[in-house]
Design a protein around this ligand. Structure first.
Ligand SMILES: Cc1cc2nc3c(=O)[nH]c(=O)nc-3n(C[C@H](O)[C@H](O)[C@H](O)COP(=O)(O)OP(=O)(O)OC[C@H]3O[C@@H](n4cnc5c(N)ncnc54)[C@H](O)[C@@H]3O)c2cc1C
Ligand SMILES: NC(=O)c1ccc[n+]([C@@H]2O[C@H](COP(=O)([O-])OP(=O)(O)OC[C@H]3O[C@@H](n4cnc5c(N)ncnc54)[C@H](O)[C@@H]3O)[C@@H](O)[C@H]2O)c1
Length: 479
């Protein structure tokens, strides 16, 4: 090992969360090193949000256009898969990170390429791909932002069977004839939508009772209905027991509980995420390798006043925008604790102050880019009831809103708001329907702002937009 190189802050992992820490600590004038073992930009830029949305946009635009009288016939043909892949490749920068690495350097931060590991208190050891070792020491903070990887269950025959994870599902260059997808949550639903539209015969195998289990039940029901109408098969209550494939290519067979066999050309395991913490030296600071890293509201690890964890790895909300939000909060807290704040008070500022990632527990927005889109913020009715609050849900058929009818013929969708009856504020909202993702931010503002229902009455939605559903929900609430 060489002599330690000293920085104010050392960041482990250059995904969206790590990049935003760099942005905030550099803005506060703190010297910062960023360690990245693969591509600067992380999972989100190359194998998750960005490529998946690039694959989905043509699918959703075509589906929308097919519901517009006078236009439908013009878009009746298949998608041009090669053009869709080219669009996806453009958005991933062909899996090259030169632009994002340049941005890091432009902030004045120092980028170390290689695998980083904690090496005792305030120290990080980096091993470059060429085998060169560096030791970095941090005057104020080390921030872990190493993200997650796909979980592949330990099923007989699965390892070595060349099953896709989200990485292959977002970067594949051929359209499989038959795609089997195990899982029923967000990755499964989005990838089923994309690959069915690209020409695969998709079968979704869900062990639970429906799709999108973390949302209001009608979200999964409407997505399942639309996937089925598009030609996919959605099977609920099924368990995969084994996988059979001779080598990593060729037909693949899954064996269901009860002995039924299903054959496909590719198999996607969309079965969740695990933290990338098994080989980052957590044991050198008394933490357990392989665990999620628990943090307080400023994203600091309890008992370690110099150690922070932001993004997926802290398991607060596995979404890019929440990881970036946490990085803004933690970055501000690090700067303030280092005496470099921007005039804001020292990190105690209250639940909605500059140093508490309160939205992680109160108002996480998520937009799922299926057809129909499913967008939700805050709590579902079931979650609100479980928390013991006095609540009421009001629903409205989105298809009955003029703006929705004009947007698409036969528009199918639904909206729900969950109201806290004691405080008369919104605790959650869900919108499912074509174009519904863009309805979400208004609801996020209402939940975070704790805007009284009486005041929302004065927030008049423009006619004829789909947002007029807000008026209908408020009318339904007021009876
Ligand atoms: C298919 C798919 C689609 C998704 N779509 C969306 C979406 O539309 N919207 C949304 O909000 N979220 C989406 N997500 C979730 C989103 O990708 C994650 O929440 C986000 O990437 C988390 O960012 P992060 O910075 O915490 O981690 P990551 O993006 O995982 O980045 C972590 C970085 O750390 C690096 N690293 C790991 N270990 C080390 C080490 N020891 N040394 C150095 N570097 C290391 C990794 O190489 C990586 O670059 C999607 C996820 C998937 C799988
Ligand atoms: N548009 C978006 O915001 C977006 C898109 C994709 C992913 N994401 C995020 O990325 C994360 C990962 O998503 P995901 O869908 O991979 O994971 P997830 O944790 O949301 O869902 C995994 C699903 O797999 C099922 N499962 C686990 N093991 C199984 C097994 N052996 N057999 C059958 N089913 C099994 C679980 O019951 C669960 O429903 C999520 O937090 C999600 O919010 C967000």
């Amino acid at each position: 090992m060489t002599e330690p190189v000293e920085y104010d802050v050392v960041v482990l992992g250059g995904g969206p969360a790590g990049e935003n820490i760099v942005d905030r600590t550099r803005a506060a004038g703190l010297s910062t090193a960023l360690v990245e073992s693969e591509l600067v930009g992380g999972e989100c830029s190359y194998w998750a949000c960005v490529p998946s949305k690039a694959l989905l946009r043509p699918a959703l635009a075509r589906a929308d256009a097919r519901r517009v009288p006078g236009l439908a016939a013009a878009v009746s043909g298949p998608l041009d898969a090669e053009a869709v892949f080219a669009h996806r490749d453009y958005w991933t920068g062909d899996w090259k990170d030169g632009g994002q690495a340049e941005w890091v350097e432009s902030t004045g931060a120092h980028l170390y390429r290689g695998h980083g590991r904690l090496y005792g208190i305030r120290k990080v050891a980096v091993t470059s791909p060429e085998g060169v070792h560096h030791v970095l020491s941090a005057r104020h903070a080390v921030v872990v932002a190493t993200g997650t990887r796909a979980v592949v269950p330990d099923l007989p025959g699965l390892h070595g069977a060349g099953a896709w994870t989200s990485r292959e599902a977002t970067s594949a260059r051929h359209v499989p004839g038959r795609l089997l997808i195990v899982g029923g949550s967000v990755v499964a639903c989005e990838m089923a939508t994309a690959w069915q539209a690209l020409g695969s015969q998709v079968t979704v195998l869900v062990r639970g009772s429906g799709l999108l289990p973390r949302m209001e039940p009608f979200a999964g029901e409407l997505v399942a209905e639309a996937l089925t109408a598009a030609g996919a098969v959605v099977r609920t209550g099924v368990a995969v027991e084994a996988v059979v494939r001779d080598g990593p290519t060729g037909p693949v067979t899954v064996v269901l509980e009860g002995g039924e066999l299903l054959e496909g050309d590719e198999l996607l395991m969309a079965t969740g995420r695990a933290p990338r913490t098994e080989d980052i030296g957590l044991d050198t600071v008394g933490l357990t390798p392989g665990d999620w890293i628990g943090v307080d509201e400023s994203c600091r690890v309890e008992g370690h006043d110099w150690l922070y964890a932001v993004g997926d790895v802290n398991h607060r909300a596995l979404l890019t925008h929440q990881g970036k939000y946490q990085a803004r909060i933690a970055g501000a807290a690090i700067a303030a604790r280092a005496g470099r704040g921007t005039g804001a008070p020292a990190p105690d500022g209250g639940r909605w102050g500059a140093y508490a990632a309160t939205a992680d527990t109160e108002a996480v927005p998520q937009a799922v880019f299926t057809d129909p889109e499913a967008a939700a913020v805050g709590v579902t009715l079931a979650e609100a009831e479980r928390s013991g609050r006095r609540v009421r849900a009001v629903d409205h058929d989105l298809g009955k809103v003029s703006g929705a009818g004009l947007y698409a013929d036969g528009y199918r969708g639904r909206a729900r708001m969950v109201v806290d009856l004691d405080r008369e504020v919104l605790l959650g909202a869900t919108f499912v329907g074509p174009g519904a993702a863009e309805l979400l931010h208004a609801a996020t503002i209402a939940v975070v702002g704790e805007v009284p229902i009486g005041r929302l009455w004065h927030a008049v939605p423009a006619f004829p937009t789909i947002s007029e559903v807000w008026l209908r929900l408020l009318e339904a609430y007021r009876g």
